[in-house]
Design a protein around this ligand. Structure first.
Ligand code: CP
Length: 313
């Protein structure tokens, strides 16, 4: 792996990555998918490196997969528990990060409710910063693992029609996926009620639909998103029941998409709100558990590539 050259010191978003760079991450991730399926899953590529997980928001998938990714590459991983840290005594985000930075980590993996928080830290610390989800801005490793899941099943990204459905307004997953899929030549539609679609989102190169049947027509991929009530001030939908009636994914509604359309969801799911359980659990068509599996491989690839950057080497 010594010939890898990755030009970026941090991974703060998909915006700005080229198609060749995204392809490099996905290609390297493929090798880690194989490594993760072996009995002996550990290598020594990050031996001696320290990875600190700094999550100011809850997480199951992202935090555990970054932990596994670091350990499987032979690194030392520390999970800082924000809820029992000096943040509770009023220590600021920046002071917390500078304190951890003084212990010479090689990576800070940051999730925060404020859009731009990882960038703020990246400008101050000596180590590589990976954005594990910041407010409504970006969740770059989620988009990369989504792309790997699609590419492994469909063989390509270019030319596919991808419908991203639901709460686009509050979704960092949607923003990162739109940047990635448009860069890779996919056709992206966003589908949801007007209250949950940001104005001027068409400037990101997507088509906008408010009606599910129209938005899903002939789609290759249907990506459902969670209603992110924790980011909502006020009511954006009349009720969960009505939302499911008009915007929930059921097998009946899926008939509008291509017969071999695949279903995705970044998790956590609200079953019976944005997606019917039968659809979510259909092992032939649902990529939801693939997304979780490939999340570890993609995060290994991101750590490995960032470790190869001259500034982080
Ligand atoms: N998809 C995702 O980010 O899940 P977690 O919040 O569990 O990390």
């Amino acid at each position: 792996m010594s010939d890898i050259v990755w030009p970026h010191r941090h991974l703060l978003g998909i915006e700005g990555l080229s198609a060749a760079e995204i392809t490099a991450v996905l290609d390297l991730s493929e090798t880690y998918v194989e490594q993760n399926r072996r009995a002996d899953k550990r290598s020594r590529e990050l031996a001696g490196r320290t990875i600190m997980n700094l999550f100011f928001e809850d997480s199951t998938r992202t935090r555990t997969s970054f932990e596994l990714a670091g350990k499987r590459l032979g690194g030392d991983v520390l999970n800082m528990s924000v809820s029992s840290s000096s943040v509770k005594k009023g220590e600021t985000l920046l002071d917390t990060a500078m304190t951890l930075n003084a212990m010479n980590p090689d990576f800070l993996i940051v999730r925060h409710s404020l859009s731009g928080a990882p960038k703020l830290l990246a400008d101050k610390v000596n180590c590589a910063v990976i954005n594990a989800g910041d407010g409504t801005h970006e969740h770059p490793t989620q988009a990369l693992l989504d792309a790997l899941s699609i590419r492994r099943r469909k063989g390509r990204l270019a030319g596919l029609s991808v419908a991203i459905c639901g709460d686009i307004l509050h979704s960092r997953v949607a923003r990162s996926n739109i940047h990635l899929l448009v860069t890779m030549g996919a056709h992206v539609r966003v589908v949801g009620p007007p209250t949950l679609i940001p104005t001027a989102i068409d400037r990101m190169g997507v088509d906008v639909f408010h009606d599910m049947d129209a938005g899903l027509r002939d789609a290759d991929i249907v990506m459902m998103l969670r209603l992110q009530s924790e980011r909502m001030s006020g009511r954006f939908v009349p009720s969960s029941r009505e939302y499911f009636h008009f915007h929930g994914l059921t097998f009946d509604r899926l008939k509008a998409a291509k017969p071999d359309a695949l279903i995705m969801h970044p998790g956590p799911m609200n079953r019976g709100v944005e997606i019917d359980s039968e659809v979510a659990d259909d092992i032939g068509r649902s990529l939801i558990l693939d997304q979780v599996e490939f999340g570890v491989a993609v995060r290994m690839a991101c750590l490995r590539l960032l470790a190869s950057t001259r500034a982080n080497a």
